[in-house]
Design a protein around this ligand. Structure first.
Ligand SMILES: Nc1ncnc2c1ncn2[C@@H]1O[C@H](COP(=O)(O)OP(=O)(O)O)[C@@H](O)[C@H]1O
Ligand SMILES: [Mg+2]
Length: 350
């Protein structure tokens, strides 16, 4: 490395990654540095394409370099992203997915499927490779929320091909049955159905696998956690007390299954159910509060007609709440996976 390159790297090693609280050089985020005519040009490899903090990086790098390193009077940053790999998944699962995140709640109707859908489409919109498993085997809602009433997955080489909408790869028992012939299954069948959604579907490489769980603390989360290492769980709750006490059960379930909790989402806040219960619950448990989604007709219609608000009404209050939620969730996932890691393990696995 030339002297000036060394000086630039040294200056960049004072730039702190805002989520991980470590410097960007020792995290191995700075690549391909070139200096031409006083312009320092380099790539920053983010831990998620859904990173909202690019401006923070630009400002911090600018402050560290321009006027500080002799001979540098401008910077140009290129962006790349690589979602870290959950080391517990790698090697245990014959499927190339970087992390698995489960969405749960203590009771039905609080908005798990709505949150799972809007989270998945927002991450995909940001450029991530996203899969979504509808683990509500008996009451699958994901097809409707993606506008896929009549979708049927094709089978190729003994593997089911997921359906893809809004850039999200989907699988659901809703694609395999019709509403007038509901699934009737016992525990062991549920268990194998969920397993097969991982192992018998041609997912391809995924940055994020989102799992939409059925309500409650029954067989599905247990099967899932027993079969696959889960990177983290997200709890959806409504703001009012009764719903929050259900959230306590969901949190206890993840604890018992030894699944790290990524945080709590409060859904349907507003005049009707009030607001704040989710945040109080999160604080009480020492969990991150991930965000608040307002009660809105937009959201319900989006779900009914397969037009997720995060895409179709991105600028509405609910739409932008979902998009910020996705950014925060992506950041929490990166932090969870990189805890204790020396550097972002780019290109090591996956
Ligand atoms: N923020 C919201 N505002 C208005 N309606 C919502 C909101 N979130 C969810 N809904 C509606 O509430 C119903 C239940 O949501 P759903 O996501 O299916 O819950 P769950 O998966 O927890 O059972 C659906 O009709 C959905 O469209
Ligand atoms: Mg649901």
């Amino acid at each position: 490395m030339t002297k000036i390159n060394e000086a630039v790297m040294a200056a960049l090693s004072t730039v702190i990654e805002p989520e991980l609280n470590r410097d960007i050089v020792s995290l191995n985020m700075v690549r391909d540095l070139k200096i031409v005519d006083g312009l320092a040009e380099f790539t920053i490899v983010l831990t998620t394409p859904a990173c909202p903090l690019k401006d923070v990086f630009i400002e911090r790098c600018q402050n560290a370099l321009v006027g500080k390193v002799a001979g540098i009077d401008g910077i140009r940053i290129h962006w790349d992203a690589q979602v870290p790999v959950d080391r517990r998944i790698h090697g245990r699962l014959d499927v190339p997915m970087n992390c698995i995140v489960a969405i749960a709640s203590g009771k039905g109707g609080v908005g798990k499927s709505t949150v799972a859908t809007n989270l998945a489409v927002s991450l995909a919109e940001a450029g991530a490779a996203v899969g979504l498993i509808d683990a509500d085997i008996l009451n699958p809602n994901i097809p409707q929320m993606f506008g896929l009433g009549s979708g049927r997955p094709k089978v190729k080489n003994d593997k089911m091909q997921p359906l893809e909408v809004y850039g999200v790869k989907l699988i659901s028992t809703g694609f395999l049955t019709t509403p007038d012939k509901p699934m009737i299954m016992r525990g062991p069948m549920l268990h194998s159905a969920i397993r097969q959604f991982f192992t018998d579907v041609e997912w391809g490489r995924l940055d994020y696998m989102i799992v939409d769980l059925p309500p409650g603390t029954g067989d599905a989360p247990l099967s899932l956690a027993q079969s696959f290492p889960l990177t983290g769980g997200i709890i959806v709750t409504q703001p009012q007390d009764v719903a929050v006490s259900d959230a306590i059960r969901a949190a206890a379930m993840f604890d018992q299954l030894k699944v790290p909790l990524l945080g709590v989402v409060e859904n349907m806040s507003g005049e009707f159910f009030g607001s704040g219960g989710g945040e109080t619950f999160a604080e009480g448990r020492g969990l991150p509060f991930l965000g608040r989604i307002p009660m809105s007709a937009n959201v319900r219609e989006g779900g009914d007609f397969g037009r997720p608000v995060a895409i179709h009404a991105a600028k509405s209050t609910a739409g932008s709440a979902f998009r910020s939620l996705a950014e925060i969730v992506a950041a929490r996932i990166s932090v969870a996976m990189l805890q204790g890691a020396d550097v972002i393990p780019i290109n090591v696995v996956g």
